[in-house]
Write a protein that binds this ligand. Structure first.
Ligand code: ATP
Length: 514
């Protein structure tokens, strides 16, 4: 199965099993807007909890905030979003399809990388044990040729992005012979800037409505509240403010399912530090955040850092944590050193002081900021892609199973009476009542137990508990484990502790060493 086929299956699975639906589907949906179904919302909430607790509970110097989506319009002038939150777009004249010029070039470079990796894999196969990968990469003429091609384009691309040189961006697209995937032609328009913010009107037009924006990032709510939180919480630098909330971007090309949406959710943490210490904190947060991803056990080799070619208008250092999605390594989280750009500009635009008095140095200053910014929906897609598994069974059958880390699973336990009679449903309900105050529990009595197991596998439920004749005699049940499909007999009074042990977040948190 190709990665493309796998991704299609994953998207279909998300819909079939109540994880993600297209928004307003009865009206044929709305571009790049999605709704989370009964299982999706549970998984999403669990992801948010994993993030929130590891930030706010496990760091004494990080507190939370919940700011509004609407903010005073001046916020976005001060933050630079009105003038600089743009993407370069280009249209193909034949297909009339619109693309991000930078993404077309990045995809072209990724294809070269793929070619190189294929060469290396071929050579590894050919040389077997004696293969010296480093030497091969350094000496193979084909690899060297591809690398040189890529490097030349990369240098031009980085410069064009930093200089906002759209003529050059277009020229790179032409020189690389990039064609529109729909029409197959290279009949491109000029490259133009496109502002990604959604705007709307507040107040009625008669009494002079104000144009306001739907926030394109949650961070500004934290910046404008910086002193409110610092003073009321008596916070001492370094300290952080964490927030989870919706953000909106009028993305030019919305594709790849919940990877790029027009309405999405962010989990952001702004960490306020003494000027001059920001690089040290940036490095520290890079490591902390990478450990958070890796603790989920999806394989360390599936993550990489990717430093930005073009720094955003506010940053002096920026890296992404990328995960290997079925469509390649892509950004899940950004770790940015934002300098004092935002606070200084808010000070300038509002006329209000944004300084902090440091009791240790006796100085007042505008703090520097290191932020960690992760999309809930991209994280959701990371977890779904990592968990989705198709297995051939010994019986010749096959099954689809979502191998979620147990703490994140939407449903922790399914309780299944073997048959719908002889007091089994009542006993099963007792078990549901025993567990439901602490865990999300499902009760299912329809179809054969085998079919019910499959349905629970498909939504990633770690435990199925079956009530049978013996249960009524000795108060034991069959517990079936999702990943191994192993079945063991367990006494009902041991169930709660067993589920707690396996599904607790504590297991994940301990791996973080915080
Ligand atoms: P990209 O380059 O993919 O457009 P970005 O660099 O603009 O992303 P940031 O501004 O750093 O993204 O936003 C922080 C995080 O918010 C991203 O790492 C991503 O997880 C999430 N995010 C950003 N845009 C979207 C979107 N349109 N849909 C879903 N998540 C998003």
């Amino acid at each position: 199965m190709t990665q493309e086929e796998l991704f299609k299956k994953l998207v279909a699975h998300c819909k079939e099993y109540g994880f993600v639906f297209p928004s307003s589907e009865i009206y044929d949906g709305l571009g790049a807007v999605y709704d989370y179904g009964q299982n999706g919302v549970e998984l999403k909430n669990n992801i948010k909890r994993y993030w929130w607790d590891s930030m706010v509970k496990l760091h004494e110097n990080i507190v939370g905030l919940d700011a509004s989506i609407f903010m005073h319009p001046k916020t976005w002038e001060a933050s630079g979003h009105v003038s600089a939150f743009n993407d370069p777009l280009i249209d193909n004249k034949d297909s009339k399809k619109r693309y991000r010029a930078d993404v077309l070039i990045e995809d072209w470079m990724a294809k070269i990388d793929e070619k190189i990796e294929k060469e290396v894999a071929k050579a590894r196969k050919r040389f077997g044990e004696s293969f010296d990968e480093e030497k091969f990469r350094a000496t193979s003429p084909r690899v060297q040729e591809e690398l040189a091609k890529r490097e030349a384009v990369h240098t031009r691309f980085a410069k064009a992005m930093n200089d906002n040189d759209f003529v050059e961006l277009r020229q790179i697209i032409l020189d690389c012979e990039i064609a529109c995937p729909i029409s197959g032609t290279r009949n491109w328009t000029e490259v133009r800037q496109f502002n990604l913010m959604f705007s709307t009107q507040m107040g009625s037009t008669a009494d002079g409505a104000n144009t306001i924006y739907l926030r394109p990032e949650t961070a500004q709510g934290i910046f404008v509240n910086f002193l409110n939180v610092q003073k009321t919480g008596r916070m001492k630098i370094p300290f952080g403010i964490a927030q989870i909330g919706k953000a909106f971007r009028n993305e030019i090309v919305a594709r790849q399912f919940v990877f790029r949406m027009r309405e999405f959710e962010q989990m952001e943490m702004q960490f306020f530090v003494r000027p001059g210490t920001e690089m040290q904190w940036w490095n520290e947060w890079k490591n902390t955040r990478m450990a958070w991803h890796r603790a989920l056990g999806f394989g360390d080799e599936n993550y990489q850092f990717h430093d930005h070619d073009k720094l955003a208008h506010y940053a002096n250092a920026a890296t992404d944590i990328e995960y290997k999605f079925p469509f390649g390594f892509k950004e899940v989280e950004g770790i940015h050193s934002r300098t004092d750009f935002d606070l200084s500009n808010h000070q300038k635009f509002s006329g209000k002081k944004m300084t902090y008095f440091d009791p240790e140095t006796g100085e007042s200053y505008v703090p520097y900021v290191v932020e960690t910014s992760i999309g809930v929906d991209r994280m959701f897609l990371q977890v779904m892609s990592a968990a989705y598994t198709e297995e051939k069974l010994e019986s010749g059958d096959s099954r689809i199973v979502l191998k979620f880390p147990a703490a994140l699973a939407p449903v922790k336990v399914a309780v299944l009476p073997l048959v719908k009679k002889d007091g089994m449903p009542e006993k099963a309900q007792e078990i549901v009542n025993l567990l439901k105050y602490d865990f999300n529990v499902a009760y299912e009595e329809k179809d054969s137990v085998g079919k019910r197991y499959r349905r629970q596998d498909a939504i990633g439920t770690p435990f199925c508990v079956t009530v049978d004749g013996q249960t009524l005699e000795d108060n034991t049940v069959t517990v079936r484990h999702r990943d191994t499909m192993e079945q063991v007999r367990v006494s009902i009074d041991k169930l709660h502790a067993m589920v707690e042990e396996e599904c607790s977040y504590r297991k994940l948190y301990k791996k973080l060493n915080l």
